[in-house]
Design a protein around this ligand. Structure first.
Ligand SMILES: NC(=O)c1ccc[n+]([C@@H]2O[C@H](COP(=O)([O-])OP(=O)(O)OC[C@H]3O[C@@H](n4cnc5c(N)ncnc54)[C@H](O)[C@@H]3O)[C@@H](O)[C@H]2O)c1
Length: 312
């Protein structure tokens, strides 16, 4: 199948790589030639690393022979069965793009958006009714297995089921969310935990370093292999009910961003991109932690592919 990916920024190249690894013909398009070239290079590098770690079966060059870049949207979407929109999270840009896509795409093409926050099928009900929905990937998309497929009552069930199967054949783990909820699933659950962490940090009962150890050395250590409901079954639901009644009333339920974050934003401490956030990233440290994250996530992917925890 031919797949068109529109937008070669942070997410587009990794999403294109998923379909290449799944054996498809992929075209990546962007307005900016340099973004396309950088995207192509990052896909090639990532494929070479995955091959050297035995995560994929063929050499990078073999996958790349099914890959094309072009600044022509028309050329990219022509004969594409699947079109994935990965342009910036701006309504004006997305709106203009959908108007053009409506004219250029094949009648039966499935079009999905990687939006993080916008209820696009509700906002554009006349754009490809039933065949346009959300497919939300996670950074880095070529590594993180989950994809959230968000549909509404008008979405064509066959189209969603088709994409779900195609993603599974690309070794992804798609789930279906019925109806638009802000933040979909992953961001909601992650934010619930982040809110509690920021609250405890602000109270001064624990350091950021120790809170990170909590999520890495206990919660995260287990959670790739044992889901939340599975964990409750391990604990025993009588104990779960007892503990919930004691702890739930004590949890943070603030609805605004805590001062500890807004202060840092005001001081320009934005994280890795500015050299300091909760930690300092000077003298190449940002590059080093990013590289380490990539390596460890790839090792995790190897284990994931071996044990397939979601198939159990
Ligand atoms: N960055 C993330 O971690 C992340 C995670 C999940 C979802 N998303 C979502 O994915 C989408 C893209 O995010 P990103 O971070 O990759 O954005 P980005 O700004 O890094 O890249 C967007 C790319 O789209 C190109 N572009 C803009 N208008 C275009 C057009 N009309 N035609 C073709 N190309 C065009 C830009 O030149 C740019 O290269 C957004 O909707 C975002 O919310 C991002």
């Amino acid at each position: 199948m031919k797949v068109a990916v529109i937008g070669a920024g942070v997410m587009g190249p990794g999403i294109a790589q998923i379909w290449l690894m799944g054996g498809h013909e992929v075209v990546l398009t962007d307005l900016v030639q340099k973004a396309l070239e950088a995207g192509k290079e990052s896909i090639y590098d990532s494929l070479k690393t995955m091959r050297s770690m035995d995560i994929i079966e063929k050499d990078a060059g073999q996958y790349m022979s099914s890959f094309e870049i072009t600044t022509s949207l028309e050329q990219a979407v022509k004969n594409s069965k699947l079109v994935i929109e990965v342009v910036p999270e701006r309504m004006d840009i997305k709106k203009q793009l959908f108007e053009t896509l409506n004219k250029l795409c094949d009648e039966d093409a499935i079009i999905v958006s990687n939006t993080s926050s916008l209820p696009l099928p509700e906002m554009f009900p006349d754009f490809r009714p039933g065949k346009f929905f959300v497919a939300h990937f996670f950074n880095p998309p070529q590594i993180i297995p989950l994809v959230e497929l968000v549909r509404n009552e008008k979405t064509d069930t066959e189209a969603v089921e088709w994409l779900k199967k195609e993603l599974e054949m690309c070794s992804k783990t798609p789930i279906v969310v019925n109806g638009f909820i802000k933040g979909f699933l992953v961001n909601r659950m992650q934010l619930a935990m982040t809110r509690e962490a920021l609250y405890l940090l602000d109270k001064g009962v624990v350091s950021a370093e120790d809170l990170d150890k909590t999520s890495m050395a206990a919660i995260g250590f287990k959670s790739a292999w044992q889901g939340m409901f599975n964990t409750m079954d391990f604990v025993g639901l009588d104990t779960v009910a007892f503990v919930n009644n004691i702890i739930f009333p004590d949890l943070c339920n603030d609805t605004s961003t805590p001062k500890i974050v807004t202060d840092k934003v005001r001081e320009g401490k934005l994280g890795i991109k500015s050299g300091e956030g909760f930690y300092k990233y000077d003298q190449g440290k940002g590059e080093e932690v990013t590289q380490k994250r990539q390596t460890v996530l790839l090792e995790q992917l190897k284990l994931w592919n071996k044990y397939k925890p979601c198939d159990q």
